[in-house]
Structure formats: C-alpha cells, structure tokens
Write a protein that binds this ligand. Structure first.
Ligand code: PEP
Length: 249
C-alpha cells in the first residue's frame, strides 16, 4: 500500500484568533497538493481552527494529550476532548514536552494508546540530542525511544512517527540528507508495519530545504514548527511535495 505524504504544522504556544485566516491563505496550496495537510494549533484555537478549515480537506490536531480519558488532572486535556473539538491527530512525545515536562517513553506510550482509543492518530516524536549524535548513538537512542513509546499493540494501527533531532528543532540547523535517509531507514526497520507507516522528518524544515528532504524515499512528509507560522512558507513547503511526486527526467 502506498504511503500518503503528510505535511504537518506545529504552532506550539503561538497564534491567536487573528491567526485563523492562515487556513484560507494555505487553502490553494493544499488544494493543489496530493499531500495530507495537518495543522496543530494551541488547544484554545482547536475548535475554531476546525471550523475554519471545514470542507477544505485540511485537518487539525492537538499538540499533546493526557494519558487518561478524563479525571482529576487540572490543566490537562484528554484525547476525547481533542477529538470533540475537531482533531484527527495529536502530537505526543515532542522533545519540548520530554524536556520541559519530564515526559518518559512510558508516558508517551500511554498517551499514544489514549489517542488511539479516542480515535486520534498519534504523531509520535523521537530524536536524539547533539551529544548523543556526536557520541555515535543516534540510531540506538531513537530505536530505544521507539521501543518504549510505541503503543503496546501497534500493528495495523494508524500511527505517524516524527523523527526530530533535538539539535535541529528551532535552531535553523537541519540534519544532512544522508543522516535523515539513514535514520528513516533504521526507524522503518523498528516498526511493526514498516511498509505502511508514515515517517515524518522535523527540524528546521523550510522552503529552501523541503524538496531535498521530502525527496528521500523513506521520508513521508514533514513536521514543521517555525515555518508553519507563516502561510507563505508553509504553502511553499506544501508545494515542494509535488516536486517529490514529479517523475524524474
Ligand atoms: C517542531 O517543533 O516540531 C519543529 C520541527 O520545529 P522547527 O521546524 O521550528 O525546527
């Protein structure tokens, strides 16, 4: 089965109601693309974002969810709540949550399972630090994160994996195409459904490097932070997908 390309934007703790015109601005690029487009705004904007992109084919997702479906967890948001607000996906285990909130692989696994139970597709983030890469441990670290973070029963489940080297997030640095190709191939070998699981690259993806990264065989799309805040840049990244699909001459 062919894997569909997914271009996902992570707005992080950015955006306001006035940002919702973003959806109209990227609609032409999304319409002309074979890729699936997903935007993960802050949860306060999720419902309005879902309304703003209704009928456009663009999807919205959460940036995190709690591992339980409901209960006494002040300030947290559950996967069913995201779903009710209009989300189709939820990012789990982003390195900023792993670092800022001490999230472990076990917690990321529990969140992934909660997402699936609520009918959401978890976008499970993994990635090594600079020190780990420099020590030659990048593949080992990512394989271990995957082993601990994937849902217990993940075969035939709609999962998305995002490989995001921590040192490339928000820094302007990107992994080389060789390093990305090697890592994505290694990740694929760790997955229960290697042929059908979508693996995204994330880490300073921008219009200038998107075509090279998306052109790699094992790269099924991108998770985009900073460049997803500007409709012009995000539209250009979406347009880079069609260059991926163009036949080689
Ligand atoms: C991210 O936060 O998932 C990300 C990839 O950020 P940026 O594109 O800004 O590096």
């Amino acid at each position: 089965m062919a894997r569909r390309t997914l271009i996902a934007g992570n707005w992080k703790m950015n955006g306001s109601v006035s940002s919702l015109d973003f959806f109209d601005a990227i609609a032409p690029a999304a319409r002309n693309s074979q890729a699936e487009i997903l935007i993960c705004p802050p949860s306060t904007l999720l419902y309005q974002a879902a309304q703003a992109c209704a009928g456009s084919g663009i999807r919205v997702g959460g940036q995190d969810c709690h591992a339980r479906q409901s209960g006494a967890h002040t300030g947290d948001i559950s996967a069913p709540m995201l779903r009710e607000a209009g989300a189709s996906h939820v990012i789990v285990g982003h390195s900023e949550r792993r670092a800022d909130h001490g999230e472990t692989d076990a917690l990321v696994r529990a969140k992934s399972e909660a997402a699936l139970e609520a009918g959401l597709v978890p976008v499970i983030c993994v990635g090594e630090t600079r020190e780990e890469r420099e020590a030659g441990r990048a593949v080992e670290v990512v394989a271990s994160q995957l082993a601990g973070s994937l849902p217990e029963k993940s075969r035939d489940m709609p999962l998305v994996i995002a490989y995001e080297p921590v040192w490339a997030i928000g820094t302007g640095l990107t992994a080389s195409v060789d390093d990305v190709a090697n890592m994505h191939s290694a990740i694929r070998q760790c997955l229960p459904d290697p042929l059908t699981t979508c693996i995204l690259y994330g880490g300073s993806v921008k219009p200038g490097n998107a075509a090279d990264l998306l052109g790699l065989d094992d790269v099924d799309g991108a998770l985009v932070g900073g460049a997803s805040l500007k409709s012009i840049d995000f539209s250009a990244i979406i347009a880079a997908v069609s260059r991926k699909s163009e036949p080689l001459r």
